[in-house]
Design a protein around this ligand. Structure first.
Ligand code: ZN
Length: 294
């Protein structure tokens, strides 16, 4: 099952061009917003299983109207160094208990296809990531039960401005990764039973057609279930919460020479069985108006 945020309303995706409005199909029991569906996820999925979609009227899906499948999560949890080849290119040791954990502030979330204004300084990097959207609350979730807490999977880009991320006596991961538009998610939520092998999905991204990252989620050091168990040992996970699970090798800062996104470039990011994101990058904001990066 695929659920889209189409212009703020929750849609059951029938095919890439058509969907069923969930609030209308349920006579207002579920939706209309994605948040309302996620807050009632268990009841919603029971109802959706009984639905005869062939008998329902469909709406055309316009990609430009797609928003993040969880547009206003109460928590966004992101982890770094969760693929060994990426940890190596970043010059860090492998995490043993839990990968480094930070947030991407909620205001940075957008839908799948966007224009992104580059911050001044010219060091904005790409990180394609599998995104997990929580459907059932929990604290201290056992690894064996972890997938029961997942509503679905989506594609995410953890866009990262490396100057502010790495400056100062301790890294500023959360700030450097939270400029406007730095957390595109989409194109929809796909339930784990509908994604193929939920523990082994190909993912990648390309700049103007040149592939820069390619990986498989089977190489996650902490796979989805382990990550949920470890994170929920501290944090109570809530319906709608978003987890960015880390990026494979191939980011710009790990290259020699380093490479960063340039104005006019386009970035396409994909995950097998889910779909793709498309970002186009615009000229930097006026440095005088930006943060002091000196
Ligand atoms: Zn990341």
């Amino acid at each position: 099952m695929r659920i889209a945020n189409h212009d703020g309303r929750s849609l059951l995706v029938i095919d890439e061009q058509h969907g069923v409005d969930i609030a209308e199909a349920s006579n207002g029991q579920f939706g209309p917003t994605p948040e309302a569906v996620l807050q009632n996820w268990d009841e919603f999925t029971l109802w959706a299983k009984t639905l005869d979609t062939a008998a329902l009227p469909t709406l055309p899906i316009e990609r430009s109207l797609l928003g993040s499948p969880s547009p206003m999560p109460r928590q966004v949890i992101a982890v770094g160094l969760n693929y060994s080849a990426h940890a190596a290119e970043s010059g860090f040791d492998l995490p043993d208990q839990l990968p480094p954990t930070f947030t991407k502030f909620v205001s940075s979330i957008t839908g799948p296809d966007t224009d992104v204004q580059l911050p001044p300084g010219g060091h904005t990097d790409w990180e394609v990531e599998l995104v997990v959207i929580i459907g059932r609350a929990g604290h201290c979730i056992a690894e064996a039960d972890a997938w029961d807490h997942v509503a679905g999977l989506s594609v995410g880009q953890d866009l990262s401005e490396r100057i502010s991320q790495l400056q100062g006596p301790a890294p500023q991961f959360s700030l450097g990764k939270s400029f406007p538009g730095f957390a595109p998610i989409g194109p929809w939520l796909v339930t784990p039973d509908d994604v193929g092998n939920r523990d082994d999905l190909a993912l990648g991204c390309a700049i103007d057609g040149e592939i820069v990252q390619e990986g498989r989620t089977r190489d996650l050091l902490f796979p989805v279930a382990a990550l949920i168990a470890r994170l929920s040992a501290t944090i109570t996970l809530l319906p709608g919460d978003v987890i960015f699970t880390g990026t494979p090798a191939g980011v710009g800062v790990g290259r020699t020479p380093a490479r960063f996104l340039q104005p006019g470039e386009s970035l396409r990011s994909w995950i097998e069985g889910i779909g793709e994101l498309n970002q186009r990058f615009l000229v930097p904001a006026d440095p005088a108006a930006g943060p002091n990066l000196s």
